[in-house]
Design a protein around this ligand. Sequence first.
Ligand SMILES: Cc1cc2nc3c(=O)[nH]c(=O)nc-3n(C[C@H](O)[C@H](O)[C@H](O)COP(=O)(O)OP(=O)(O)OC[C@H]3O[C@@H](n4cnc5c(N)ncnc54)[C@H](O)[C@@H]3O)c2cc1C
Length: 308
Amino acid sequence: MLGPVILAASRSDRMRRLISAAPVTKQVVDRFIPGETVADIVPIIEELTAKGLELTMDVVGEDITTPEQATAARDAYLTLIDHLRELELGEKVEMSVKLSMFGQALPGGHELALANVRPVVEAAAAIGTTVTLDAEDHTTLDSMFAIHEELRKDFPQTGCVIQAYLFRTEADARRLAASGSRVRLVKGAYKEPAEVAYQQKHEIDKAYVRILRILMDGEGYPMIGSHDPRLIAIAQELAHQAGRKLGEYEFQMLYGIRGDEHLRLAAEGHRMRVYTAYGTDWYGYFMRRLAEKPANLRFFLRSMVSKG
Ligand SMILES: Cc1cc2nc3c(=O)[nH]c(=O)nc-3n(C[C@H](O)[C@H](O)[C@H](O)COP(=O)(O)OP(=O)(O)OC[C@H]3O[C@@H](n4cnc5c(N)ncnc54)[C@H](O)[C@@H]3O)c2cc1C
């Protein structure tokens, strides 16, 4: 029950100011967002890849309000790619982007977001890696899928994310699986109304399994974005049933969540990619992590009380 309340509260400017200014916030934020600059993040990329993990990098930020901010977002990714070129890690480190940060919600936003994300996809391809388009709230998805399709004409490895909680997602999964796309399946992290999304955990989990079967049986490359031990076991079974070998699908988890499981899956020979967020505009990302697990919120509130 707490999750939707936190997600709703996270849209309030007052809450943003309060949380961002709290002295203890930084320590809790660091668990999920381990750096603010490229210089902070390069040693983390080196450390995780040395352990056999792969990464998808997210420069945090969303819901921007000016075209200049969208350009700055594009440039932040291009700077990251410049650093990755020197590390020569190829597809071991890819990028995840939120189109809202590239201007999608501004006037003319669809074209603006496409124009801003294309150079990032091109630069990623030039260093042998790719980009995955994150899924945001349901009102943004038609535009996201259209941009994904457009980018795939020149860069077929471009991936996208689908969310098991949305009723529309089985149909999206069929289309993407038939077209051979890279697709990350997640449960979904936004507050969505009952007209468009399952609300109960067991319904979302059942939908996740149905959609995962479609992806595993299809022509594309499934990326299982979940920390849920039951779904991870089911994914292995579905991959086996579909005749997929190791490397023909991958697991993905968030930095700071179930780190031992990252290493266990990698040690078993699975491709295991860690979604690693960094940057200064961490508020939206951080609030979704609090909403996913009430214990995170309790820990955060306790820290505020004891230190405050
Ligand atoms: C790689 C990756 C990329 C993602 N990209 C998107 C995206 O583009 N769009 C989108 O809407 N959502 C995205 N998400 C978030 C996703 O939708 C879920 O909100 C999130 O993954 C929690 O769901 P779960 O599958 O881990 O299962 P849950 O049932 O929520 O969690 C299973 C277990 O994992 C652990 N866990 C889960 N979340 C947390 C947490 N925050 N803190 C501590 N422990 C936790 C707990 O032990 C929990 O019991 C992404 C998730 C991952 C892993």
